[in-house]
Design a protein around this ligand. Sequence first.
Ligand code: AOS
Ligand code: ZN
Ligand code: ZN
Length: 388
Amino acid sequence: MTTFSDIAPQLTHQEIELPSWAFGNSGTRFKVFAQAGVPRTPEEKIADAAKVHELTGLAPKVALHIPWDLVDDFDKLGAFAADHGVRLGTINTNTFQDDDYKLGSLTHPDAAVRRKAIDHMLRCVDIMDSTGSRDLKIWLADGTNYPGQDDTRSRQDRLAESLRVVYDRLSAEQRLVLEYKFFEPAFYHTDVPDWGTSYAHCAALGDRAKVCLDTGHHAPGTNIEFIVMQLLRLGKLGSFDFNSRFYADDDLIVGAADPFQLFRILYEVIRSGGYGANSDVAFMLDQCHNIEEKIPGQIRSVLNVQEMTARALLVDADALADAQTSGDVLAANQLMMDAFYTDVRSDLADWRASRGLPADPIAAYNASGYREQITADRVGGQQAGWGA
Ligand code: AOS
Ligand code: ZN
Ligand code: ZN
């Protein structure tokens, strides 16, 4: 039987990248609820993310979204992050908030609009050169609302051509990760709706193009862990956007809606080599805290990922292989359920304390005075990109 002390050394590998936009005000198309103390600048978002890392030891990187986090001097922003004990991570492109992109960006029928979207992405790669970021993450709002609105096959061809220009600009250490989403904001068809389409484009581009899997971007009932397994098997899983959902792309706290699904996903990640010092799969959050507080929301999120990672590491791999080989269906399933039902919370609290971290990071945040400080210091905080 695998115990917590057997798996504890593997927990030190965990790095979860926080999205800068999780710290800004966000909402739905009905209402954005402003909160006191939210960041007004990219620096303040980074400072908040650094607080999450300080209290959990789990979040050493911050993902930026351009132009939401555009600054004049990215070298300086990187130095600011380093001073706060974190690094700048994935650069997210944004081709969904400009009137020109109403009918698409990289897939747009007009070559001038495609060029504008490509130029934005090339500018993002320039930023990566300054920040030392490895990944350019592309999520496209491209699609159509009505059958016949545009020729879906031509749009795929235009997408392939546009992505090629962006990919060819990357340096040898940089990667392009292409995120898929089955609907929204387009409601009839989306140009990168599923892992297969993302995979097809990434396979054509080359080794440094990988798929980004956002856990909220699938039809209800989809077996997401199967997709994880398949992408890892093919060497094409680049990153996760973790969050949870009850209905569609809800962007709720990861592990809140279906902890068992998160466990199953992390089991496949671990089983297929996507976790650990040698893995290049990026674990990111893509969440919005519309009604709950943002910094404790992010703390809870990274702790949820850590908790389900620990439980997934507890699966007794040898016993499971024996049960599978001998066709013992019930024993195999029992081994998964035994690990899933193991409460690791007090072990993790002890593990944190043994590493000089607070046993209870949310209580430590409540006692830190940081909330009071940012509420007093920051007036007129920013709205994050919403409807993420
Ligand atoms: C959109 O649904 C996606 O999840 C993207 O990852 C997006 O760039 C991010 O959520 C910020 O809006
Ligand atoms: Zn996402
Ligand atoms: Zn999303």
